[in-house]
Every structure is written in C-alpha cells, then in structure tokens.
Write a protein that binds this ligand. Sequence first.
Ligand code: NAD
Ligand code: ADE
Length: 414
Amino acid sequence: MESWIKNPELAPQGRLQLEWAERNMPVLVRIREKYRDKKPLEGALIAACLHVTKETGVLVRVLRDLGAKVMLAASNPLSTQDDVAAALAEEGIIVRAIRGETPQQYFDALRYLASAGPDIVIDDGADLHVIMHTEYSANARRVRGGTEETTTGVIRLRAMERDGTLLYPVIAVNNALTKHMFDNRYGTGQSTIDGILRATNILLAGKTVVVAGYGWVGKGIAARARGMGARVVITEVDPVKALEAVMDGYEVMTMNKASEIGDIFITATGNKDVITLRHIEKMKSGAILANAGHFNVEVSVEQLERVAVSKREIRRNAVEYRLPSGKTIILLAEGRLVNLVAAEGHPSEVMDMSFANQALAVIRIWGGPRLPVKVHDVPREIDEAVAMEKLRSMGIEIDVLTEEQRKYLESWRG
Ligand code: NAD
Ligand code: ADE
C-alpha cells in the first residue's frame, strides 16, 4: 500500500502545521497520554475519509499512536492541505489525497481504502460508507464498526438503516452535544466568515447577508455575520426554526424575496437547489454566493454555468459569472464548503472536541462488545468526559451535585 500525495517536499511545512494544531487540541492529546501504553487499537486497520487538514492529522497520529494502522483519503476534492498530507505520508500513514483532485481521483482514493478491507471506517459525509456498501459489500460485512462526522452523513446512514441496507454499526459522532453544539455552530460560524473574507476581503459591516438554513451551522454563521455589523436575513423551511430566528432578532423571508436584497448569500441547509436560476436572476449585480453545507448541491452551479455568457477567476476561490443581462454574480469555492476550500476549516480548538469524540468512539468500537448493526448515538459518558476534559484544559471548574440535590432532582415529592 502506498501514498498518493502532491509533493513529499512539503512535509517540513506540514509538520509545523501539525505542531501548531496540536497546541490547541488538549483533549485529544490527553486521550493519547491516557491510552498510549495500553494500545487499545492494536491490530485495527482504520480507513478514514476526512478533510485532510492539520486537525485531522493530529487525530490520525493519535489513532496510530494507540496501535492502529491508518489509511486516509479526502472527504472533499478541494479541502486537502497538501503539506499536512506530505507530513503524514512521511510518517508511514497511507494518505491518498491531493488538493484539486478530479471527481474520478476522489472516488478512486475511496475505492483504494475500501478495497483494503478495513476493520473500522471513519467518514465525513458518508461517501466512503456508501462505497463500502455498494461496491465492496463483502468487505463491508467484515467491518466491526464505523463513525460519521457530519449531519449530511448521518442523514444518509439513517436512510440506509431505514432501507435495511446498513451492513455495520455506525456511531453518529455528529450527534454528540460536544460535536454539533460547538463544531457546527462556532466552528462553521467563524471559519465560513474566514473563508468568505479570504476569498473577497470585503467589508461585512453594512452588507445584507442572507443565510439559508437556521440549524446549527446557520445559527453560527448568522451570529458571526451580525457580530461584524451585517444585516442578517434568514430563510428556512421549518416553521419552528424560522420562529426561533425571528425571536433571535433576524429578518426571516423566502429566498425569492431575499434574492432581491442580499449582497452575500450563504447556504447551510444540507439540502439541494436552495439557490437556483430563478433566485439568481433576481439578485443584484455583484452578489456573492457561498456554501457551507456538506455537498456542492445547495447552489445550482450547473444552472449558473449553463446560462453564463462568460466567466473568469477574479480572485483565488472567487469566480465571476456574466449573465446575458450583463449582470455579474460571484461564486466562491465552486459552491463547495467555503470554510475548508477558501480558509483552513474550523479552528483546532473545536476540532479537538469533535475528534476526541471520534477517537473515543473508535476505541469503543474496537475494544467494547460488538454493537448491533444500526446508527448509534455517542454514549452520554463519552460526551460528558469530552466536555469535562475541555473545561479542565481551560482551567474552569464547575459545581458538583450534592447527594441531597441529586435525590431532589430525581423525586416528585419535593
Ligand atoms: P441542521 O439540520 O441543524 O440544519 C439544517 C437547516 O436547514 C434545518 O433547520 C432545515 O430546516 C433547513 N433547511 C432545509 N432545507 C432548506 C431550504 N430549502 N431552505 C432553507 N432552509 C432549509 O444541520 P446542520 O448541522 O446545521 O448542517 C447543515 C449542513 O452543513 C449539513 O450539510 C452538514 O453536513 C454541513 N456541515 C458543514 C460543516 C462545515 O465545516 N462547513 C460543519 C458541520 C456541518
Ligand atoms: N471540518 C471542518 N473543519 C475541519 C477541520 N479543520 N479539519 C477537519 N474537518 C473539518
């Protein structure tokens, strides 16, 4: 088995990036200290399909230090940090990822991992889980368990469970509170704004920012955009979430209406065709479109490409389309995850918690009793252990229930 990376000479720069990330990932480092001697992952072959970032690099090193053999491929063709990939490959981790790889190369890398017959499958978006189930089902039947990092991946796996096609148990890491409350909200909130600013360097103050979807990701983006002085408009399909957005102080309207007033549009729904030609035709000239949802299906790039009379890369990660009317529309990061393509993804501090959940879930899968074949939530004790360790690393102590208080909370007599 061998690595497929951009350039091995980038390894020294990648090592520095990994060192930098690890400084802000104390929970993951603590897991390594606690388990290093016991080697709880000895004998496990792990296939991981994750954004190949410095934070993923720290996770992969921890899994290796706990005894696993790890293979890594990208969970998006544009999110790989080639220097990190080079550093990991130099250390003997099998890495199959190059930033800018074609869709064919992207899926070939996943096939490479699936064909190796992994014991554990870690995924972000479920493309690897799907390939295991469709093209390598004999290998899938031998998988002890998997994990899933993101909302969209969990939705796909639950659909497989409903259809009766799921072949191995999967722990939905996304559903841990210490994952989505922090990663999806604060992580994506900050890194999406970071990506938009790196791609455009525009002033957010005074702009109208339209955020589609008021779930965990949308809430985070809306809060950060408002914090920088933007007028924030929310679009939703869920009446409860829409009401929540209203009461959080945002304007809520349909995408049809918002299209007429927005300067910047950010999709965060996990759904397709959220912005289509009928919306684009109503937008102001110069409107900026960005996506933070997992797949590049939220903005209909295909329709934009079809009607545009010309296009040019006006800045790195920013393409200007000219429409037949003469109007221009700017699409960032090809409609892919703007925070990972135009910036570096979430800061290490939040990935620390997401990946601590990943590491503990993997230890549970390999070392604990076999899990039934279904989509599982992260056990509550893992979630609480991650939160406690994060607080400890921040030097924060919290109160503890007295025995009397615990009994009071459990009784109805008062
Ligand atoms: P969520 O389920 O909490 O929120 C999604 C929201 O979008 C829901 O409130 C839903 O009602 C709304 N929605 C669905 N269709 C809509 C439409 N047509 N118009 C307007 N609103 C619509 O999910 P989440 O955790 O916020 O994740 C959203 C997406 O972001 C997923 O694809 C997830 O995988 C991805 N994600 C990306 C990153 C990143 O780094 N960019 C991080 C975490 C999650
Ligand atoms: N998803 C979002 N940000 C990420 C990061 N920094 N590393 C890996 N996956 C991510």
